[in-house]
Design a protein around this ligand. Structure first.
Ligand SMILES: Cc1cc2nc3c(=O)[nH]c(=O)nc-3n(C[C@H](O)[C@H](O)[C@H](O)COP(=O)(O)O)c2cc1C
Length: 352
């Protein structure tokens, strides 16, 4: 399919997963199969020796390395993207660095990426907001048109069953009263048509989009493709540790819960010991600040999200925060990226 002036062979995006879950290894493998592989920029430098003292520098250095690694693995096939969250302090620098490094696409959510076109300058890069409502899509498109005379090259719509941070209120997600992904899709497509009646902006749906029923409803509703994240954790190529993968492989939908994240949004995660303690009201003192989230107030939060996500990716089950989408449980054995991409695309072709 055509996206802007680039070709994406398969209607599949592997969703960005921070911290360290989708780096150049996973993103490159997905791109080499013809999909869009996404590197998450969130605290990407956690393995750099100076990360503790200089997280900013370490992150930008690691971001360049991971983009190069992904492109080498991709070998010119598919597309390599980065996911940069608006809520992070390094959002602007991370986007500028990724664009300068020649990434094919930038996807941005966890806030409204109103200045994304400015950060990309005139570079040949696809730009995509990640939204959870027609209203957000409309605000972003109108702002981009007014300020930059530009529209998104595609949009990612994240529904209520996605993993990580969710663009819905805590209460509505817990009560299960959010709109379904296919209903949100029609709202987003309507909002896009209202802003750009002469152009069809492709919408990729995310949040358990690997489920046959959800995929079918969204394909019928006009989705251009799917963004999938959680199932990619159980692949050989995923950049997380084996113990991280085992936590996700063993988890069932009933092991998931919704937490109040220090980012200020609800997040879906596996109920591991840290999460259990937090749900019971415990506080884990923050001994060091990595300056990751713009709005975070270290004295007020119950735990440090950077510390917890790094503990998870390194396989520390006791201290780690393991984000997961509602699709957990669908994958109960390790696989490879080519096998998973093939299974997802076979499903996509066969659903109506
Ligand atoms: C472990 C994990 C980490 C994630 N990290 C990010 C992130 O850093 N930025 C982001 O925009 N979305 C993040 N997400 C959301 C995914 O990119 C994706 O849109 C969503 O999980 C799709 O649903 P699925 O996992 O059911 O396929 C994360 C999801 C998971 C499971």
């Amino acid at each position: 399919m055509r996206l802007g002036n680039k070709e994406l062979p398969l209607p599949l995006i592997q969703g960005g997963m921070g911290v360290g879950v989708s780096l150049g290894g996973l993103a490159g493998a997905v791109a080499s199969c013809g999909g869009m592989g996404t590197i998450s920029t969130a605290d990407i430098g956690f393995r750099e020796p100076d990360f503790y003292e200089h997280p900013n520098e370490a992150n930008l250095r690691a971001l360049k390395k991971e983009i190069r690694r992904a492109k080498t693995i991709a070998g010119g096939r598919g597309l390599v993207a980065v996911n940069a969250m608006v809520a992070t302090r390094q959002f602007e620098e991370a986007v500028r660095t990724a664009v300068a490094e020649g990434v094919d696409a930038v996807c941005s959510g966890a806030g409204l990426p109103l200045n994304l076109p400015e950060l990309a300058g005139g570079a040949d890069v696809l730009l995509a907001p990640i939204v959870s409502s027609g209203k957000a899509a409309s605000v972003i498109c109108r702002t981009w048109l007014k300020r930059y005379r530009r529209l998104p090259d595609f949009v990612v719509l994240e529904g209520p069953q996605a993993g990580g941070h969710l663009g819905f209120s805590y209460d509505s997600v817990c009560a299960g009263i959010t709109d379904k992904l296919d209903d949100l899709l029609s709202q987003v497509r309507e909002a896009l048509r209202a802003v750009a009646p002469d152009r069809e902006i492709p919408v990729f749906v995310a949040g358990n989009a690997s489920d046959e029923g959800i995929m079918s409803a969204c394909k019928t509703g006009g989705a251009a493709g799917i963004q999938v994240a959680t199932p990619f954790i159980a692949t050989k190529e995923c950049d997380a540790s084996d113990s991280y993968k085992q936590v996700l492989l063993k988890a069932k939908p009933e092991d998931l819960c919704i937490i109040h994240s220090p980012v200020g949004m609800p997040g879906r995660a596996v109920k591991t010991p840290l999460v259990q303690r937090i749900l019971e009201g415990a506080r884990e003192p923050v001994s060091h600040c990595y300056s990751c989230i713009k709005s975070c107030k270290p004295v007020q939060i119950p735990f440090c999200i950077t510390k917890a996500l790094i503990a998870a990716v390194e396989g520390n089950v006791e201290e780690g925060l393991f984000f997961s989408g509602g699709s957990v449980g669908q994958c109960n054995q390790m696989t490879t990226v080519p096998e998973l991409v093939d299974a997802l695309m076979t499903k996509w072709r066969n659903v109506l």
